[in-house]
Design a protein around this ligand. Structure first.
Ligand SMILES: Nc1ncnc2c1ncn2[C@@H]1O[C@H](COP(=O)(O)OP(=O)(O)O)[C@@H](O)[C@H]1O
Ligand SMILES: [Mg+2]
Length: 286
């Protein structure tokens, strides 16, 4: 596990070939043969709320096509960060690029923490899933094809003709995730998506999300306040400091997928967790 405080890299140099060694650039895992690893890049980010500085000159490079978890002290700005890099919230200053492209040129989706407010209560589950495709103006036949494929692929065992209030919390959040995936986003943002679910459902949903990731390889940016979850689901765990918030470390999680019970109780998992916790406490007490 290396410390990953990245140095300032000229923007144009980020998505192309990184320097082989020596520099503080993150070393991307080899992409598909011949294909360079693409990065999501944040530079010079500043964000304040009423005089409270949350981010100042913040920067990070994250590989696209990977599952990234974000973990840090309460109130350090995890939600604020993914809201800004997904374009939901304006930055005071700074730039976010996806493999050199701006957010407006990147297809993203967002899964909110509060599934109760995220689904349209007057629409059946299935029509909630159809909704984004309608908004995008996708023709009816194509809409049907895409939704049916999605439902089949993820072996959805929910009555999709039910209204949200007729579904359990886990089922509602599953519908939210399906709705987010139906547009085939390049990046999926998830802000503590399972935190309102009971423990059993949370464990089940973590399995589901892993399946989705293994199948789609959609870049995932997950905020979690649960370190086990952050490690279990991620290729990389971003550990944030207290405000003004910086990257304390980016920890590589080199565990085989899927991460089942054996994986999450293994010695290597515990070693990673211990490392992250040590770092976390150091930041919290700093
Ligand atoms: N809309 C807002 N107006 C004022 N302060 C905010 C707003 N959103 C977040 N904050 C403040 O910014 C800090 C970071 O918030 P947030 O990103 O929600 O933290 P986290 O998700 O890490 O718990 C907190 O101190 C919070 O009170
Ligand atoms: Mg939050």
């Amino acid at each position: 596990m290396r410390s990953h405080r990245t140095s300032v890299v000229p923007l144009k140099a980020v998505s192309p070939e990184p320097s082989g060694s020596g520099g503080a650039m993150p070393t991307p895992s080899a992409g598909v043969a011949g294909k360079r690893q693409a990065f999501m890049t944040v530079r010079g980010l500043r964000k304040t709320f009423d005089n409270a500085v949350v981010y100042d000159d913040f920067e990070i490079d994250l590989p696209l096509g990977q599952f990234i978890s974000i973990f840090g002290p309460n109130g350090c700005g995890k939600s604020t960060l993914i809201n800004m890099i997904s374009g939901l919230m304006p930055m005071d200053r700074g730039e976010v690029l996806y493999d050199g492209q701006r957010i407006a040129e990147t297809k993203i989706s967002y899964v909110f923490q509060n599934y109760r407010e995220a689904l349209f209560p007057w629409l059946r589950a299935i029509d909630n899933i159809y909704y984004p495709l309608k908004v995008m103006g996708v023709p009816r036949a194509e809409r049907k094809r895409r939704v049916e494929k999605l439902i089949e692929e993820f072996e959805v065992r929910i009555d999709l003709n039910a209204y949200p209030y007729e579904l359990s919390g886990g089922q509602q959040q599953t519908v939210s995730i399906l709705r987010a995936l139906v547009t085939e986003p390049e990046v999926l943002f998830l802000d503590e998506p399972f935190s309102a679910l009971d423990y059993e459902m949370t464990l089940f949903m973590r399995e589901q999300l892993q399946k989705i990731f293994m199948k789609t390889k959609t870049t995932m940016l997950l905020v979690s306040h649960d370190l086990d979850e952050a490690i279990q689901l991620a290729d990389k765990v971003v550990l944030l400091t207290r405000r003004p918030t910086r990257v304390a470390e980016i920890v590589d999680v080199n565990l085989a997928w899927p991460r089942n019970l054996d994986a999450t109780t293994s010695e290597s998992f515990m070693t990673l967790k211990r490392h992250c916790l040590d770092r976390f406490w150091k930041e919290v007490r700093a």
